[in-house]
Design a protein around this ligand. Structure first.
Ligand SMILES: Cc1cc2nc3c(=O)[nH]c(=O)nc-3n(C[C@H](O)[C@H](O)[C@H](O)COP(=O)(O)OP(=O)(O)OC[C@H]3O[C@@H](n4cnc5c(N)ncnc54)[C@H](O)[C@@H]3O)c2cc1C
Ligand code: SF4
Length: 482
């Protein structure tokens, strides 16, 4: 930590030291591959950047982090070069401390809440969290928690971040945990949705391997509700966690949506990013004019993936303005640098096609923003007589997702859902079916990795309380955190 020669931490370091962000590969280089675009900060920069922290007694960054990460504590250790101890503290509140900093929209979370905002650039919390955890993974025998078995058995359905975090917490408490996953690879949207240029797939595989070493069992290619019933799971396990995400894409509801060349964004991303063949029909974008509909993270990812696949032109059509766009500003800037174009305040009215039934253009109308709606965002309305036609060879729909409805023939349909299909849970993440818990996107709707991790942790604690309360044979006390 900077001591300004006094031996005491220098609380003015933030005035003297500018924020430094990790180096980003030039756009011309990175569009030629799918590797991550940011490098790690070096040790000297990590120490200096961490020393900018004021060590607030009531840290607002910690309040801004959904996991309440103990940020000032690990920043103080990082400033002293004690990276392994810093990483150890960061692991106490996060099951994916090397993954969240790669994908969190820090400007809306920890860094956006930093007390320096408005006075200076906030501390680069995400970059330091990523560094200390990569350092720990590279420089030490990574601690694998091998808790004494407590006699309990829990099934986790879905190997996305919510399921993995829940499995991790429960196995550290001594439960025998089996993860049931319908795909052949673990990670959920970490593997099939978020592109490798934001999160390389080896990083996800490394985290899954840590859980395997810890004793978590993975049953791949098993769809709960089809291959095995909820009752079947409950007969073998004392509790179940559902972390099955919200993977039903919202449809495009305009004339022409059925034309050839109109695709949902998620299968496109999965096909271009997954490290295994998914058996999907190949979707070629080379030399094509690609129009992406939507303004969230998925839209940014579709644009940047299409650029990397050689699209001739890549345009995002979004009905609100930049200020009201849900996608992360960092990813918007990256997409712009990589050559994507944006048409804000524009909405599709219809898709036009040729005699072969292939899409050739998007007919759009310009929009203006009216009064705020229930969510507080200003409602877009069409400007009469402002139609424009945008030539297109391929359309990617990125309008977001809903939870997949439980099959009516499956006993999963006993689980209560709300009006938009989200699974209802109580404060412990338990559903209306005793012993069945849920979290992540299946409860919240499309959200963030860090929120899924939070729900998985809360559910694990809820499951432990529930089983301790009802166990006829006592569940053993938790082992110390690993
Ligand atoms: C394109 C895209 C980009 C994104 N980018 C970001 C980002 O940059 N930052 C960020 O924080 N968030 C991002 N998100 C959101 C984030 O990925 C999700 O919020 C998060 O993955 C939700 O985690 P989850 O565990 O609830 O579900 P998921 O990650 O969806 O995992 C659910 C798992 O359950 C499995 N499953 C489903 N049904 C069954 C069943 N019946 N039986 C067995 N298994 C089943 C699925 O195969 C899947 O593996 C992005 C999302 C998308 C789509
Ligand atoms: S988990 Fe996300 S919000 Fe929390 S400190 Fe890390 S980067 Fe910030």
């Amino acid at each position: 930590m900077s001591t300004a020669g006094t031996g005491r931490p220098n609380r003015q370091a933030w005035r003297e030291i500018d924020r430094v962000d990790p180096a980003k590969r030039p756009a011309s280089e990175r569009v030629a591959d799918f590797h991550e675009i940011y490098s790690l900060l070096d040790e000297a920069n990590v120490r200096e950047q961490a020393s900018r922290c004021l060590q607030c007694p009531q840290p607002s960054c910690q309040e801004g982090c959904p996991l309440a990460n103990r940020i000032p504590e690990w920043l103080a250790l990082a400033a002293e070069g004690r990276f392994l101890e810093a990483a150890e503290i960061s692991r106490t509140t996060s099951n994916m401390p090397e993954i969240c900093p790669r994908v969190c929209p820090q400007e809306r979370l920890c860094e956006g809440a930093c007390v320096l905002v408005g006075h200076a650039e906030p501390i680069c919390i995400g970059a330091i969290e990523k560094f200390i955890n990569e350092y720990a993974l590279a420089h030490s025998e990574y601690p694998i928690s091998c808790a004494v078995p407590n006699g309990g058995r829990v099934a986790v359905v879905g190997a996305g971040p919510g399921g993995l975090a829940c499995a991790d917490e429960l196995s550290k408490l001594g439960y025998a945990v089996s993860v049931f996953e319908s795909q052949l690879l673990s990670g959920g949207l970490l593997m099939f949705g978020i592109p490798a240029f934001k999160l390389e797939k080896a990083v996800v595989e490394r985290r899954v391997n840590i859980l395997k070493k810890q004793g978590v069992e993975f049953k791949m290619g098993v769809t709960v509700g089809t291959d095995i019933s909820l009752a079947g799971l409950l007969s073998d396990h004392q509790a179940v966690f559902l972390g099955i995400g919200a993977l039903k894409p919202k449809a495009l509801d305009v004339p022409g949506a059925e034309l050839k060349g109109v695709y949902q964004g998620l299968p496109f991303l999965a096909q271009k990013n997954a490290p295994i063949s998914l058996g999907l029909a190949p979707l070629a974008v080379q030399g094509k004019r690609v129009v992406v509909l939507g303004g969230g993270d998925s839209a940014m990812d579709c644009l940047r993936t299409a650029v990397r696949c050689g699209a001739a032109d890549t345009v995002c059509v979004y009905r609100r303005d930049l200020a009201n766009m849900p996608g992360s500003r960092k990813e918007y800037a990256n997409a712009l640098e990589e050559g994507a174009r944006f048409m804000f305040l524009t909405n599709p009215l219809a898709l036009e096609g040729n005699a072969a039934g292939e899409v050739t253009a998007v007919r759009c109308v310009r929009m203006e923003l009216g009064e705020p709606d229930a969510s507080g965002r200003r409602k877009p309305r069409a400007v009469p007589g402002s139609e424009v036609t945008l030539p297109a060879d391929l359309i990617l729909i990125a309008y977001g997702f809903d939870p997949v409805p439980f099959p009516p023939t499956s006993d999963l349909s006993r689980i209560a859902v709300n009006e938009w299909g989200g699974t209802k849970t109580d404060g412990n993440q338990m559903t209306n079916v005793p012993g069945v818990f849920a979290g992540g996107d299946v409860v919240r709707g499309p959200s963030l990795v860090v929120h899924a991790v939070l729900d998985g942790r809360k559910a694990a604690a809820g499951i432990h309380r529930y089983l301790c309360g009802q166990a006829s044979a006592p569940i053993a006390a938790p082992a110390p955190p690993g």
